[in-house]
Design a protein around this ligand. Structure first.
Ligand SMILES: [Zn+2]
Length: 163
């Protein structure tokens, strides 16, 4: 399937095109992927890794985008390991809308002991389901500060040839 470049009304496309504000701004961009902080009720530090193009299934990714994906997910996870000291970093992908598939997006989530404790010891999909039922939103200034730290980490990592 040929990817459509920009779909107004799609959250992923609206963020890319600047039609919707992204608190904290873009953390990292590669040829095919954009890394940003999540919007909505997941904990501070949770990232979204989305393709630049409006692609709604991993099956529809270009070969180049698919090859780059592993490195992008690994690097995002390494950054979260360094900054958040999580018990585990989750990487998952749902992108399942009610009426249609949504713009593909991987959630890369640093789950700390504090997060697990706050949700009565839940883990994995049970933890995410419980979090999604809340109306929590990380404070904007904390998101902005986190995104700045994340960008600094990537700059330092690149400076050290950290691949
Ligand atoms: Zn889109």
């Amino acid at each position: 399937m040929v990817a459509v470049n920009d779909v107004p009304g799609c959250l992923g496309c609206d963020l890319r095109a600047g039609r919707r504000e992204l608190p904290g701004g873009v953390i990292r961009e590669t040829d095919h992927w954009v890394v940003q902080h999540v919007l909505g009720p997941l904990n501070l530090g949770t990232l979204i890794v989305a393709p630049r193009l409006h692609v709604v299934s991993a099956a529809d990714l270009s070969v180049d985008a698919a090859e780059e994906l592993g490195q992008v997910l690994r690097d995002a996870s390494r950054m979260l390991e360094a900054l958040c000291e999580p018990e585990q970093v989750y990487v998952c992908q749902w992108s399942h809308g009610e009426s249609a598939r949504k713009h593909l997006h991987f959630v890369v989530q640093p789950v700390t002991a504090d997060v697990v404790r706050a949700f009565d010891g839940r883990r994995s999909e049970q933890l995410q389901a419980a979090m999604m039922l809340t109306d929590y939103e990380a404070p904007r200034e904390e998101v902005e500060a986190f995104c700045e730290r994340a960008r600094r980490w990537f700059r330092a990592d690149a400076g050290q040839g950290g691949r």
